[in-house]
Design a protein. Structure first.
Length: 255
């Protein structure tokens, strides 16, 4: 917990963190602006669910995985660049503790970004107005979706965290992040159960009819048939494997 608190204290002077928050804010404002500019008579924005699913897709389809990949890279590489790892080993801190504290911070970052966007959507719902389904039930439904995305996306990104732990620079992990996303963008429906990020979509679709429609638009009209339990097993299996590999790499590295 002390290491997590220390990592959070570093945020105030981390330009990458502030840039991520600024871009997240802009994505949320874009969705609200779209809600304000489209008439409620249009099927594109006649429900509050149209607003929150638009903001959710904008956040989690590409931006959040890329942001977390960059954030993870800075968390691990900055320790090497600033030559602070030697001091951590003197304390002493185990390399497993170092890894799990940084993963916890990555998950926390993801949850904060998702809740932040959710808050913008709720505020935008009041500003845009005239949503017939803007009620406690729908707001709670959207909150569950954002929490689920905030918790699962960083776990699905653990293969990139492994790249961040095993690399001695920014280039390879960030490049791997983009390559990791390409197949999900091209054919997400056919990768569910195999690719963690695609499997996360399979879990979204089981939450509600609105979430199922959102995922269907992501998959170009393909209906998700894979069980959410299998998707969850796939995500955590890959996550556990790459967690073990990351700890092994950290233990073998000399700084």
């Amino acid at each position: 917990m002390t290491m997590i608190v220390v990592e959070l204290q570093k945020w105030k002077r981390n330009k990458t963190v502030w840039s991520i928050f600024a871009l997240t804010f802009l994505l949320g404002i874009f969705a609200v602006n779209r809600a304000c500019s489209i008439s409620r008579s249009s099927p594109l924005m006649d429900q509050f669910s149209d607003l929150y699913t638009l903001a959710f897709k904008n956040l989690t389809s590409l931006f959040l995985p890329i942001a977390l990949g960059m954030f993870a890279t800075t968390l691990f590489f900055d320790e090497q660049k600033n030559d602070t790892l030697k001091e951590l080993w003197i304390i002493p801190i185990s390399k497993s503790q170092l890894y799990f504290s940084k993963v916890a911070v990555i998950i926390l970052m993801s949850l904060i970004l998702c809740v932040f966007t959710f808050a913008i959507c709720v505020g935008g719902g009041f500003i845009a107005g005239d949503f017939p389904d803007f009620n406690t039930s729908t707001v709670l439904q959207s909150f569950v979706l954002y929490l689920l995305g905030g918790g699962l996306v960083p776990i699905a990104m653990l293969p990139i965290v492994f790249m961040a732990t095993s690399s001695k620079g920014y280039g390879i992990p960030i490049g791997a992040t983009f390559l990791y996303l390409v197949p999900v963008v091209i054919a997400p429906a056919y990768l569910m159960g195999a690719h963690p990020l695609a499997s996360v979509m399979g879990i979204y679709s089981s939450l509600s009819p609105v979430s199922a429609d959102m995922v269907r638009s992501w998959t170009q009209g393909v209906t998700v048939t894979l069980s959410p339990s299998l998707c969850l097993i796939s995500i955590f299996t890959v996550g556990i494997v790459f967690t073990i590999l990351s700890i092994i790499v950290l233990r073998k590295r000399s700084y």
